[in-house]
Design a protein around this ligand. Structure first.
Ligand SMILES: [Zn+2]
Length: 172
């Protein structure tokens, strides 16, 4: 099928009449909400905080005020262990700002060693984060899957109440 029209290169587009460049200055603020605010403050203190559903017992991480599984209010706060296993991992060549990375980052879902979990449940408290000390080959060969890891924190004075207060998860 032939698609009508003409391909226009970026440099040709910029020379065309009527084309303007505009960089929007969009400013916004985001409210983290009650549960997530406590979680973020916990990160600043070097703690991973979750909530346990008072009805079905599942751990909500990141914490939420309501359990979306059984629609009950989430109950008690608990500090989660900072250790776990690599559930799955991927090699990323694209940065968080969509740029091309010279050296790829290894990103993973970490299944935390949460109390009350055996470790083989299909649903578990986990964190999506970077892995450090792991190579592309470790991921491509599958060696990293199931590896024991722990959180490596930024120094306390550099923490900002962000998920990046955890620098990465490292093998131990
Ligand atoms: Zn529940």
């Amino acid at each position: 099928m032939e698609i009508p029209g003409k391909y226009v290169r970026e440099e040709e587009l910029r020379k065309m009449k009527g084309v303007i460049e505009y960089v929007p200055k969009a400013k916004y603020s985001y409210s983290a909400g009650q549960a997530l605010s406590v979680f973020l403050r916990g990160l600043k203190e070097g703690k991973i905080l979750g909530k346990r559903c008072s009805s079905c017992g599942r751990i909500l991480l990141p914490p939420r005020e309501f359990c979306e599984s059984c629609f009950s209010p989430a109950g008690e706060w608990l500090e989660l262990p900072q250790t776990g296993r690599v559930e799955t991992a991927s090699v990323s060549y694209i940065s968080a700002k969509r740029g091309k990375l010279e050296r790829p980052e290894i990103v993973a879902i970490i299944r935390l060693d949460a109390p009350g979990y055996r470790g083989d449940e299909p649903e578990f408290p986990g964190i999506f984060h970077r892995l450090c000390g792991v190579s592309e080959e470790d991921v491509m060969s599958g060696r990293v899957f199931g590896a024991r890891v722990r959180a490596r924190w930024r120094p306390a004075e550099q923490r900002a109440g962000s998920i990046t207060d955890i620098e990465c998860f490292e093998r131990w």
